[in-house]
Design a protein around this ligand. Structure first.
Ligand code: SF4
Length: 329
């Protein structure tokens, strides 16, 4: 079975955007591949953050992943900082990574422009990503298109390390470009993101979902009930594609193009389908939140399984890189 690895930032509870954009696919992939899913808290600290909140945000993300359907019997879910080998491989790979390649990364350039003082961790972020994946010798990485450049660098790092220390040791990971949806926020402008305050939380009540959807942006061409629209440019249509059955999605497109119904009718249908899909997830999340020790136990078991795999890789890497053996942990 092909091994896959993917990570998600500890941003608290999932919202509809990161559910449709990534996690819904992970739930499917866990039955098709040998899968590791990681809450990447070591990555999170490369941006300004509040230490007092990091643990609870990490816990909320773990609860979200389990509630969304990741099953510890089918995949490994764990927190990155719980497996110290991520840090170790990160440093070992740093020694073979050219600085120029890091400086060329578009995401680094974008983020660096927004920071007064740029932490080296931001520059080295792709090396830690490479360590995350190579530590488990994963050969597939489910990613969005914005991550493809990082994956190319990951392959380059694997190639360079292999060329120096062991031909074919690390697989060169390939992108698994899934049909993940890019969900815009309720403003219909930017990607759905907590920092922009334009999200619908995955576990919000039916009332809250409707209250948020009702005023959400639609195709601006539909100024009145009689104006036809273009579903492909409307974020509500993207939500239909994520939550409504195919027949309904076709009906939505038809009714939008012919002004067969108003946007409020369209939103009511998507709200009902979202609520039907998300109610069991909300109930699972509530049960998990009421059982923090149980969630910690799952995370401990996940970290244990991940660590066992990671240690095998690290032992071989140390050996091939020529370190003195016999007194290490
Ligand atoms: S009818 Fe639906 S898909 Fe069309 S613009 Fe309105 S909300 Fe969007």
């Amino acid at each position: 079975m092909t091994r896959i690895f993917s990570g998600i930032q500890p941003s608290g509870e999932l919202h509809v955007g990161n559910y449709l954009g990534a996690v819904q696919n992970w739930v499917r992939l866990q039955s098709e591949h040998d899968s590791l899913f990681c809450v990447v808290d070591l990555h999170a600290i490369t941006q300004p953050y509040e230490p007092a909140n990091l643990a609870s945000l990490t816990m909320d993300m773990a609860v979200s992943l389990y509630a969304a359907g990741l099953d510890p019997d089918k995949c490994i879910v764990f927190v990155q900082s719980h497996v110290a080998e991520h840090n170790e491989l990160n440093w070992l790979l740093t020694s073979v990574t050219p600085l120029g390649e890091l400086e060329r990364q578009t995401q680094f350039k974008d983020k660096a422009q927004r920071n007064e003082s740029v932490p080296a961790g931001l520059l080295a972020y792709p090396i830690l990503q490479a360590a995350d994946v190579l530590l488990y010798k994963a050969s597939l990485v489910p990613v969005g298109e914005d991550q493809v450049q990082h994956l190319e660098l990951m392959r380059e790092i694997a190639r360079r390390w292999n060329a120096r220390f062991g031909a074919g040791f690390f697989p060169e990971p390939q992108a698994l470009l899934t049909k993940a949806r890019r969900v815009l926020g309720l403003d219909g402008k930017a990607k759905m993101s907590k920092s922009l305050g334009n999200t619908i939380g995955l576990f919000e009540s039916p009332e809250a979902i409707w209250e948020k959807l009702r005023p959400a942006a639609t195709d601006p061409a539909r100024k009145t009930r009689k104006d036809p629209g273009t579903p492909e440019i409307c974020n509500i249509f993207t939500l239909h594609q994520g939550f409504s059955p195919p027949d309904t999605v076709a009906e939505v497109a038809q009714n939008c193009r012919t002004a067969g119904w108003g946007c409020l009718d369209c939103k009511r249908v998507v709200a009902d389908n979202m609520i039907a899909t998300l109610t069991p997830l909300r109930e699972r999340a509530a049960a998990l939140k009421a059982d923090a020790p149980g969630v910690m136990e799952r995370l401990r078991a996940g970290a244990g399984k991940a660590r066992a795999l990671a240690r095998r890789t690290i032992a071989e890497v140390r050996d091939r890189m020529g370190f003195l053996k016999g007194a290490e942990d």
